[in-house]
Design a protein around this ligand. Structure first.
Ligand code: NAP
Ligand code: ZN
Length: 342
């Protein structure tokens, strides 16, 4: 079968490899779609540790083709989404239920072969059923949605509250939808691109703001701003120093700031502890998808989250290496690798 293999930093190639066979507790899954995420680009550039040679791709869904002898809950023909993050279950963090912080975390598409291939092997405990009558491409959004769900869970959004979302990429646009579902009545998305702001408004943002149109804190929390008292919740989804520094200033007294964006390792930002303390700002970080993948699958299965506008392009395996090895074209929300592209 064909697979997109990371062989060393900066060396990503389409290769012919043996079609894998499932172990006793594993599923052989025929990939229907696998999303290209910023992490894949970091892995390519060696900015994120991996274990080459390995097939990349951790945002995947597909059809079960065969099951191992010990598999009880899945049959060939079922559509599944895989939670790529495999916790050991035994380390101190796993024992406290903090599986995303597992000391021995191993991820499909990072440490073991992933979804930029015709087939992938998925341990049955990592698989979640999707209906066969949904759009097969939507399943590839369960993983990013599960990460967003964890962030929105940590935000403790009350019905009627106000939320500011910083960054209008796929994460920000999913968070906007989840914040509305959680009961926020005002959801303001901040991003520079006018196209992404229009998209956010069509997906449920009650207002949008251009990050480049003057001082953001003044635009939002100034006397004539959209939220003069500040937001109940601010969710940072851009992963740049500017938005991480802006986030606490946009929150109301006693408000919550959730950081979803990933900054490069070693980079420091300016945060004012005095302000955080005297306004008792709750600053929390959200990492991966602990126990949220099943709920994400249910949200996708039920069509509750709008996915179609987030799909910018579909490409075959032959174009995947180039797409991963280059920055995303401007305006792109999500590119999907569709191995069996008709
Ligand atoms: P993305 O496509 O790069 O989206 C980030 C967006 O932020 C960009 O589209 C950009 O849009 C906007 N932006 C950049 N600078 C800005 C600024 N100064 N003010 C406002 N908006 C700004 O990335 P993504 O896939 O949506 O992911 C977002 C972040 O979440 C990344 O850092 C990613 O690594 C992280 N992430 C975290 C987790 C987790 O578990 N915590 C999981 C998945 C992803 P404009 O050009 O319109 O400004
Ligand atoms: Zn563990």
């Amino acid at each position: 079968m064909k697979a997109v293999r990371l062989e060393a930093t900066g060396e990503l190639f389409l290769r012919d490899v043996a079609k894998p066979a499932p172990g006793p507790d594993e599923l052989l899954v025929r990939i229907e779609a696998c999303g290209i995420c910023g992490t894949d680009r970091h892995l390519f550039l060696g900015e994120f540790p991996s274990k080459p040679p390995v097939t990349l791709g951790h945002e995947f869904a597909g059809l079960v083709e065969a099951v191992g002898s010990g598999v009880t809950d899945f049959r060939p023909g079922m559509r599944i989404t895989g939670d790529p993050n495999i916790a050991c279950g035994r380390c101190p963090e796993c024992q406290r239920g903090r599986v995303n912080l597992c000391r021995n975390l191993r991820a499909i598409g990072i440490h073991r072969d992933g979804g930029f291939a015709e087939y992938v092997i998925v341990p049955q405990k990592q698989a979640f059923v999707l209906p066969t009558d949904i759009d097969p491409l939507h399943g590839a959004f369960c993983e990013p949605l599960a990460c967003c769900l964890h962030g929105v869970d940590l935000a403790d959004i009350d019905a009627g509250s106000s939320v500011v979302v910083l960054g209008g990429g796929v994460i920000g646009l999913l968070v906007v939808q989840l914040a509305r579902l959680a009961g926020a009545t005002r959801v303001v998305l901040v991003t520079r691109s006018a196209e992404k702001r229009r998209l956010a408004e069509s997906l449920g943002a009650t207002a949008t703001v251009d990050a480049n149109a003057g001082d953001l804190v003044e635009q939002l929390t100034g006397a004539n701003g959209l939220l003069p008292a500040g937001a109940d919740v601010v969710i940072e989804c851009a992963g740049v120093a500017e938005t991480i520094e802006q986030a606490p200033a946009l929150a109301r007294r006693g408000g919550t700031v959730v950081i979803l964006g990933v900054m490069p390792q070693g980079v420091k930002v300016g945060i004012e502890p005095f302000d955080l303390l005297f306004r008792e700002i709750k600053l929390v970080n959200s990492f991966l998808n602990p126990f949220t993948h099943g709920r994400a699958a249910d949200l996708i299965a039920s069509g509750t989250i709008r996915i179609d506008p987030l799909i910018s392009r579909r490409i075959g395996l032959a174009e995947a290496s180039e797409a991963i090895g280059n920055p995303a074209p401007s305006g792109e929300i999500r590119a999907l690798v569709v191995p069996h592209l008709a």
